[in-house]
Ligand binder design. Sequence first.
Ligand SMILES: O=C(O)CCC(=O)C(=O)O
Length: 266
Amino acid sequence: MSQQLRIALLQMNIEAGNPEVNFTKLAAMLEEAVSQPVKPDVIMFPEMWNTGYALTEIKTIADKDGARTKAFLSDFSKKHQVHIIGGSIAELKGENVYNTMYAFDRNGEQIADYSKIHLFRLMDEEKYLAAGEKPGRLELEGSGAGMMICYDIRFPELARKLALEGAKLLFVPAEWPHPRLHHWKTLLTARAIENQMFVVACNRMGTSGDTQFFGHSLILDPWGETVAEAGEEETILYADIDLTLVDSVRSKIPVFEDRRPNIYEA
Ligand SMILES: O=C(O)CCC(=O)C(=O)O
């Protein structure tokens, strides 16, 4: 099984409250990503890309059961034989709206979903959204991977749990704004170093009201070194990663063997 993956991150602008515009934008960027001379193996997008943070109207514009998003992403991944880690969308399930991501394999099969479990009070998420209740795991070309959304990266115990359960890479869609660029980079880098795994993080860019999103989508290797980083503009960030580096770093500094959980875990 190949351990080499070419990643493409769609660092897009998102128009709050306008799923039509956002679907059109996403479709155009997806087409651009798959028409490169070397086609990506995995494509990911930002958090809440269908609606943005139009929270006061979220119940009326969220995708019911994710039906439209799933059909669109499944068709695209099958047509282009590419894995899709679908950022996250506002998903209406019964009476509640969740911040949910879906993953599809090269055959268009849905292989995972994850709803954000830590809601971000600074943006009133807890007033309008319901929290997920389980971690996000998937298998990608035979390797374990994890999914976390934006604010989740402030909870190192979640990333550690995913790593202990076999994740060699962590996917993080986000809508992370100024002035916390330093937090974004530091937290992502810490998650990569402490868990000795790749961290693949896609942030949006652009403004929404008076909130300015800084982009800086980032791909880090298991040493915490930057493989690729975007600026603040709308762009597609490409990078090639080799998952065998995870085993080599973990055998050099055997953090997982050296843990003493009986002393510090409740
Ligand atoms: O934790 C932060 O500073 C940003 C988090 C955030 O914007 C989100 O979870 O949507």
